[in-house]
Design a protein around this ligand. Sequence first.
Ligand code: 5AD
Ligand code: SF4
Length: 465
Amino acid sequence: MDAIEEQDRIAQALRARLRERFHTQNKNPLAMVHTFGCQQNVADGEKLKGILAQMGFSFTDSPEQADLILFNTCAIRENAETKVFGNIGNLKQLKAVKPALLIGICGCMTEQPHVVEKLKKSYSYVGFVFGSHSAYRLPSLIQSCLDEGKRVFRVAPDDGCVAEGIPALREEGVKAWLPIMYGCDNFCSYCVVPYVRGRERSRRPERILEEFKELVQAGYKDITLLGQNVNSYGKGLEEPVDFSALLERLNAVPGDFRIRFMTSHPKDCSHRLIDTIAKCEKVCNHIHLPVQSGSSRILREMNRHYDRESYLELVRYAREKIPDVTLTSDIIVGFPGETYEEFRETLSLLEEVKYISLYTFIFSPRLGTRAASLPDPVSGEEKGRWFRELLALQDEIGLEQMRPYIGQTVRVLAEDWGKAGEGLLQGRTESNLIVEFPGPPSLAGQFVRVKVESVKKWALLGNLA
Ligand code: 5AD
Ligand code: SF4
């Protein structure tokens, strides 16, 4: 029996036992899965929910109602970890009044030994802890918890495998996340991801295609392919296939849908890939291409394997081949040793590239990474000032990028973002611009045409055309 089938069997066998433990008799016990961090984590959270559903759980967002609470954690920056510990701390009281409550912690934070130590020592009410590589074994972990009545810690080292066949329980709607690869081999000097998510490994293309077709058939219309660096997809697979070839195969699937992907590492973003995006009509004309810094010296220190000039050359090529392409980026402010002049090179790069939006971060030292041991003389307050300067500039650039859309009619995938009851819908254009417009809730999930009337920070405003 393969490992996943064995877990299925354990999950089925646990159903009656869990109902008994939680006294739910004719109802399903309730689980709360709270995911922190990136889209890769969101996709992992959907799998964890799929496994819990096999064990007979239904889901709630309320910790008070939950019989099992699982925090799927993020380690990318210190404030992400602080937030998770705050949330775990808040459960102490609840566990005291509800002793049967099962509390579990999983995901990136649990791959760090110092975090596991802290959970062992200071959070005795956390019942089980496991890392991403052990996620498919959730049924047997819970079984051990119940059998032995003890705390279970399973943080297995990365075995380099891809666990296929775990059912994902996705959010309802028309957007879906589809992991195509796991882990990262790039070791950017500031980043903890290669340590917590292990070596890069790609899913086989036929498994991706199969899941992709299922998503299209189920009505998903905006499917994002996920990986820490999708541009290096395919390395190590028996079949010679790269990301461009994968995009072509997915683009050939019949149906009215859009394909997105993230994240693209500039060092591996080839002209061939840009040509593929240009010619595949279902692949969106938006590229998330994190630059991190506009200074070649800082990029070298970050171990990014490209410099300012080669990045700008790539952007020029993309604009030439895909004239309406939009770009977004991640920026780190205050990398150790960065000077104000070097920071200003990032500002001037923003002025040159003209991103539609940015994800911006102040450098956060992560234990075990090279950058964490570099001298970092610039104060937090100073970095805060630089950060605000960056945001102000990007606000201007973002607005400047959006204004030309006034008067144009754009095609968006309408969504209910919580205001449909008030008659307000939102949607995204192919180029990933947000559009707000009045419309009936029944349009959510459909492609509609909207005439843009004005712009505000972050969004275009318009009316159905
Ligand atoms: N400090 C600040 N930002 C970071 N990122 C990754 N590691 C760190 C860190 N230690 C940012 C990078 C990356 C994004 C996902 O998070 O910009 O692209
Ligand atoms: Fe981190 Fe760099 Fe890998 Fe992205 S490519 S996950 S920033 S190490």
